[in-house]
Design a protein around this ligand. Structure first.
Ligand code: ADP
Ligand code: ZN
Length: 517
């Protein structure tokens, strides 16, 4: 059986599970009856699509919306998965192709509209084709009192009994009454394994910081937590080695871990980490999937993770025992540049690259957030919450300012130099610095020259970083990372939209006093 994380990456193109997905996928793949309640947009479909690939035979998916089914089938086929739908919208050829695949035993996912269950022939057909799992999307449609009631959903319980296979039901409606009805009608009163837990991990403190002397930032963070087990995630293998060395020099018990190491050496680190107290593992993302240590007290990112999903998964390794745990994620313009170019230079098809940029933007939005970070994080996964009181932004709300004029000046500097330069030179232009490069190019004659003397270099750099974070500008890989404007910046340039920025970036000292051994 191919591993869930391997399929997640190779078939679906995701680098990490979203909150809750992994546990649900494992339970469904094992053949447990499952009821999962996830917010809309939380990523329910993956929770039955992925197990369908891990199990023998066909997974039957029942969903009330034909358009949605067709969308999912199309996306699955594009990813190389044998999926088909039997709905009223089918052409004859489509239906024939589905039947053929079923006869040949090649189909992995069969989507059917609930009305189909009413036709007597459907049951016989499903009995013959070797169904191994029934997945029910929008399971609340079985509730007679809800506004989405579908009488045909009442047949699903009978289908499950006849086929005698596990059933996984999904819905975003969490109220207790609906849940009870689902258990009664779909599972015949036998309580399924339920996943209703919210995504929040309230014991984990969240914090981001702009890089300013990143190595020292990590060292002070670790110094304040000496003797505690922690993980530092790095963007490159070389950095894991050098940072582990630097931590050892400061008297920590630290070792590196990355995919380039011998399997045996990696196993040793894993074994030491789970056995010993107070070991720091400095690792690439290769570390973690198999790590099941409940008392990891902190996780730091020396470099920005790949996506908001990867961030959540990586910080989620801290504090599984429920006791307080701390996190710190560093980020800077170089990270943004690196992550963008990794996406652009990857082999993924264009739509997937767009989606990857979107997931990176979500993480950058979180990094540059102005209010409670947990609210922003959970909001992305569809969960609404009040400000948490347990993140760096709740601890000390950042000062913000109307950045519209500053952003317009910066955009003007970019456009007047025809998108050929990086932030360093652009800041010189804005600040009116007569550098050699400015003189050679005649950029002192631009109307933008010196319009930004009211702000310091550090402040301008923060503006550029935040503009990247808001995806107003992107480095152009074909021009050595020169900054280009995105469409998102147009309304600001045209003065149709304002933008609020943070006045921050001077790294704040660590919240906690250092613990001296
Ligand atoms: P819903 O829970 O509303 O049915 P979907 O299954 O349609 O949500 O998923 C919502 C979006 O989240 C989709 O665009 C999907 O591609 C994306 N998604 C799902 N799982 C992941 C993941 N692990 N990493 C990144 N994106 C994901
Ligand atoms: Zn908060």
């Amino acid at each position: 059986m191919t591993s869930a994380s391997g399929l997640l990456r190779d078939v679906f193109g995701f680098d990490a599970f979203r909150p809750g997905q992994e546990e649900i996928v494992q339970a469904v793949a094992r053949g447990e009856n499952v009821l999962a309640i996830m917010p809309t947009g939380g990523g329910k479909s993956l929770c039955f699509q992925l197990p369908a690939l891990m199990r023998d035979g066909v997974t039957v998916v029942i969903s009330p919306l034909i358009a949605l089914m067709r969308d999912q089938v199309r996306a699955l086929r594009e990813a190389g998965v044998a999926a088909g739908a039997l709905t009223s919208g089918n052409t004859e050829e489509e239906t024939d192709a589905v039947w053929l695949a079923l006869e040949q035993g090649t189909l992995k996912l069969l989507y059917i509209a609930p009305e189909r269950l009413a036709a007597g022939s459907a049951l016989g057909m499903l009995r013959r084709i070797g169904v191994s799992l029934i997945a029910v999307d929008e399971a609340h449609c079985v509730s007679q009192w809800g506004h989405d009631f579908r009488p045909d959903y009442l047949r699903i319980g009978e289908l499950r009994r006849t086929l005698d296979v596990p059933l996984a039901a999904f819905t975003a409606t969490a109220d207790a009454e609906t849940r009870d009805e689902i258990v009664t009608r779909l599972f015949g009163g036998q309580a399924p394994r339920s996943f209703l837990r919210g995504f929040d991990r309230p014991n984990i403190h969240l914090a981001f910081a702009a890089k300013s002397g990143p190595r020292q930032q990590i060292l002070s963070f670790a110094a304040a937590r000496k003797g505690q087990s922690g993980i530092v995630y790095c963007g490159t293998r070389a950095k894991t080695e050098s940072l582990a060395g630097a931590l050892r020099e400061e008297g920590h018990n630290a070792c590196a871990y990355h995919g380039g190491m011998e399997a045996e050496a990696r196993r040793q680190v894993e074994a030491r980490f789970s056995r010993e107290d107070g070991l720091i593992v400095v690792a690439t993302v290769a570390f973690g999937m198999g790590v099941d240590k409940p008392d990891i007290r902190w996780v730091a990112h020396a470099d920005l993770p790949k996506s908001i999903e990867a961030y959540y998964q990586e910080i989620g390794r801290a504090g599984r025992d429920g006791a307080p745990a701390e996190t710190l994620t560093l980020f800077g313009p170089d990270d943004i540049r690196l992550r963008r170019s990794q996406i652009d230079e990857g082999l993924a098809p264009p739509e997937r690259r767009m989606a990857d940029h979107g997931r990176l933007n979500a993480l950058l939005g979180l990094a540059e957030a102005l209010k409670c970070r947990r609210q922003a994080l959970l909001g992305y996964f569809g969960e609404e919450t009040a400000p948490c009181g347990h993140c760096d932004l709740c601890d000390s709300p950042p000062e913000s300012f109307d950045g519209t004029q500053a952003v317009r000046k910066a955009l003007s500097a970019i456009l007047r130099t025809e998108e050929w330069f990086g932030a360093g030179h652009l800041v010189d232009i804005l600040m009116g610095n007569m550098t050699d490069k400015v003189r050679e190019r005649g950029h002192d004659r631009l109307p933008t020259f010196g319009v930004g003397r009211d702000m310091s270099r550090a402040q301008w750099q923060a503006v550029f970083r935040q503009m990247m974070g808001h995806d107003l500008i992107r480095p152009n890989p074909d021009r050595h990372g020169a900054l280009t404007m995105t469409d998102a910046a147009l309304p600001i340039l045209r003065d149709q939209q304002a933008i609020t920025l943070r006045r921050d970036t001077v790294a704040k000292p660590d919240r906690r006093p250092a613990v001296r051994a």
